[in-house]
Design a protein around this ligand. Structure first.
Ligand code: C2E
Ligand code: MG
Ligand code: MG
Ligand code: MG
Length: 284
């Protein structure tokens, strides 16, 4: 059996492995269908200026409106999207909806930006740069209204041309964020190598800052580094008022987290904007 399928080694397939590969094939088909049926939608989580509580922008986080299984979270499908090389298609689907939303918000005089998450592999896609430039002209939005977030772990794979693409995006006027900062192996070298505007401090550091002196010292050092490099810092995963207060005291400019608001549909995000700020967790 293994030989027929191109393997040289003798190996035994058990039922479980066969089921897994069938599942994976079904998932790939299902993902492709979901892309054509436009089942992926952005949910919006506020990014707040800590000092004032005002909404500076939103992060768009993908949700899959599955026809039978309800609203699915990235952990259920993002890995498969990347594995099956569908992340550029996902990016396009998200970006178009975000651009339309930015137009709507602009017509209501809301000038907040939206951050889109990207896997670094997408930048190597031959149509990536044209797609982004066309997006701006087609929807008449300004490049600075869109921010792109890239995780350290996706940069680690060092896909060809990522650096040139990031520089080109930056020259176009797009803001760049380094996501999940501190979780990779070479966090500092990424800061030197790529033109990031924002450092997003990973939630795992924020979780323990209140009672752990080591954790708060690390966060303080990251904040000082951001200042020295002329970048802005965003703290991820703020869940309590104490965390917010401490981060503000330490000089962190922006924050995100359930304490300010969870990711919500475009309609609810619009309602949030209609309030001037988020002084408490009333949208949770
Ligand atoms: P991320 O970009 O680091 O996004 C932050 C994640 O933390 C989001 O999970 C968000 O809902 C969650 N979060 C925010 N505040 C809190 C908090 O206070 N407490 C807790 N426990 N969690 C919080 P989500 O939406 O499940 O997304 C997970 C990851 O999936 C994202 O991490 C991002 O890496 C990836 N992702 C999401 N949307 C996209 C997309 O459109 N494209 C790509 N390539 N990746 C995406
Ligand atoms: Mg992100
Ligand atoms: Mg993150
Ligand atoms: Mg993360």
């Amino acid at each position: 059996y293994a030989k027929e399928h191109g393997g040289d080694d003798v190996c035994w397939y058990n039922d479980e492995i066969n089921h897994e590969s069938i599942d994976s094939l079904q998932l790939e088909t299902e993902l492709r269908e979901a892309i054509s049926a436009k089942q992926f939608v952005p949910y919006y989580q506020p990014k707040v200026t800590l000092e004032s509580g005002a909404i500076a922008g939103f992060e768009a986080l993908v949700r899959w409106q599955h026809p039978t299984r309800g609203l699915l979270q990235p952990k259920d499908f993002i890995e498969a999207i990347i594995k099956h090389k569908l992340s550029f298609d996902l990016f396009c689907q998200m970006a178009v909806q975000i651009a339309e939303q930015l137009r709507i918000w602009e017509s209501m005089n809301f000038t907040q930006h939206v951050c889109i998450n990207a896997d670094a592999a997408e930048f190597s896609h031959i149509e990536f740069f044209d797609f982004v430039t066309n997006l701006f002209t087609h929807h008449s939005i300004q490049p600075h209204q869109l921010h792109i977030e890239v995780t350290e772990s996706s940069l680690m794979l060092r896909h060809a041309s990522v650096k040139q693409q990031l520089i080109a995006l930056k020259e176009l006027g797009v803001c760049l964020s380094l996501d999940d900062f501190g979780t990779g192996y070479a966090s500092l070298s990424y800061l030197q190598e790529y033109p990031f505007d924002f450092i997003k401090i990973d939630k795992s550091f924020i979780d323990k800052i209140v009672n752990n002196r080591t954790q708060s010292a690390i966060v303080k050092a990251i904040l000082d580094l951001a200042t020295a490099l002329d970048m802005s810092a965003v703290a991820e995963g703020i869940e309590t008022e104490q965390q917010r207060d401490l981060l503000l005291q330490m000089g962190c400019e922006y924050g995100q987290g359930y304490w300010f608001g969870r990711p919500v549909s475009a309609d609810i995000a619009t309602k949030m904007l209609s309030h001037a700020s988020l002084p408490d967790a009333r949208f949770n």
